[in-house]
Design a protein around this ligand. Structure first.
Ligand code: SAH
Length: 415
């Protein structure tokens, strides 16, 4: 067959995951490539015996050598193809994002068929991040489509971080279309108002992925004493306050985060005296805090960004969970999260169970948590499931002894 794109030949038998719908091929699965494509160029992946499989971005510099755009080998990836994906992404959000909400993830990279492209909507603004050499090659076309389809007041670009340098790209931040957004933008989520710092806030400004978990916390907070650890701009805190919490404590090491959390509380007309904002390292703060809470939220940053650090990160998650569990009243609710790519659901559950047992407690699983539906993930792409969480009810010893000598994780006793 005559192909439009250079052919990327797989090693014999390495087409399995692609055939199951996985969007990546690792470099070890690649035998050779025709010509010498530049990082991010389009190629046609073919089996060792030349059966065409899929069209995608090739990058000889990275461990993820191929990122699929279409499992149809006949596909032509052009402006029209990209426009269709972007319009489809919008149609999904129209179905799954609740009313009275003008901030959400509009494009979630592989989850919307666009590897490396993240677009978040913040009211009339869009925040974009290009993190692969592939989408980088379509930078101009993609911005143009976003401008025409969404007519934002401005598009602000935050293409930065380790993923880009791995792809052989340098950082690019700044206004990509329209005028410079103001330093603080007010957004609406379920009629609550939040200040978002699009220019320099964490991620692209707000943890949009936690919306459905904030809603859950809000619905359970009536009369509760709530401890929100790693609170950033106070998302969980404001929902708890709105849900009728008796008192909310927000703890974050960043001064700027504390300021935002305070501003967001008052912006939603919640009583000032019911919110304590503490700027401190959560690990240190919890050691000294004598309080007992009905509801504890643990939403730490990713403790690992590579497979090398998994054991150390597991130890960090275990410690923070032991501390958080220690602050709960009998029968209290724990919302505990990990956003590390390299800690999967099963390992995270083991870590939390280890913390529960070392505290001599029992936990009942009330709900498995994850990101909201504006963060779709291809079911075949388990690596896309970075955010995982557990909602637990934690109670007394359950009648058997703690065994710190038990090695829950099979990774050594110090975890
Ligand atoms: N729960 C938040 C998002 C948390 S992001 C939300 O829903 O919006 C993680 C936060 O942890 C960041 O704000 C970061 O400043 C903070 N952080 C990182 N390490 C910390 C530490 N050791 N102690 C306290 N806060 C920390």
């Amino acid at each position: 067959m005559k192909t439009r794109y250079p052919r990327l030949f797989l090693q014999p038998g390495r087409e399995r995951s692609l055939l199951q719908g996985h969007p990546w091929l690792f470099s070890g699965a690649v035998a050779r490539c025709e010509g010498s494509p530049e990082p991010g160029e389009l190629v046609l992946a073919v089996t060792a015996d030349e059966t065409p499989l899929a069209v995608g971005f090739y990058n000889p510099l990275t461990n993820i050598a191929f990122r699929c755009l279409s499992h149809d080998p006949e596909s032509m990836v052009d402006r029209n193809f990209l426009r269709r994906l972007i319009v489809d992404a919008r149609a999904l959000r129209e179905k799954v994002v609740p009313g009275r909400t003008d901030a959400y993830r509009l494009i979630n990279a592989e989850g919307d068929g666009l590897p490396g492209l993240v677009v978040d909507r913040y009211g009339p603004y869009l925040a974009v991040s290009f993190s692969t050499a592939g989408v980088e090659r379509f930078h101009r076309e993609i911005l143009d489509i976003l401008r025409k389809e969404f007519k934002p007041v401005a598009i602000y670009e935050r293409s930065e971080g380790k993923a880009r340098s791995l792809e052989g790209l340098t950082d690019r931040t700044g206004p990509a279309a329209g005028r410079m957004p103001p330093p603080i933008v007010d957004i609406r989520e379920n009629d609550l108002i939040f200040e978002v710092d699009i220019l320099s806030g964490q991620k692209t400004g707000f943890f949009l992925d936690q919306r459905i978990n904030r809603e859950l916390v809000g619905s359970l907070a009536r009369g509760a004493r709530v401890l929100n650890c790693f609170s950033y701009s106070g998302g969980f805190s404001v929902y708890a306050g709105q849900g009728g919490a008796a008192e909310v404590t927000s703890v974050d090491v960043s001064l700027a985060a504390g300021r935002l959390a305070k501003a967001n509380w008052t912006k939603n007309d919640l009583p000032e005296g019911d919110h304590r904002v503490i700027t401190a390292d959560v690990f240190d703060y919890l050691r000294g805090d004598e309080g007992r809470y009905d509801l504890v939220i643990l939403d730490p940053p990713a403790f690992t960004k590579s497979t090398k650090d998994v054991a150390r990160a597991a130890a960090g998650y275990k410690e923070i969970n032991m501390q958080g569990i220690g602050k709960l009243k009998e029968g209290g609710l724990l919302f505990t999260f990990s956003c590390s790519n390299f800690i999967d659901e099963a390992l995270f559950e083991k870590i939390v169970l280890g913390a529960i047992r070392d505290r001599g407690k029992m936990a009942r699983l009330l709900k498995v948590l994850g990101p909201g539906p504006d963060h779709p993930v291809n079911l075949a792409h388990s690596e896309g499931r970075y955010l995982k969480g557990l909602m637990l009810s934690v109670s007394g010893s359950g009648g058997f002894q703690t065994r710190p000598d038990l090695d829950f994780l099979g990774m050594g006793k110090n975890i």
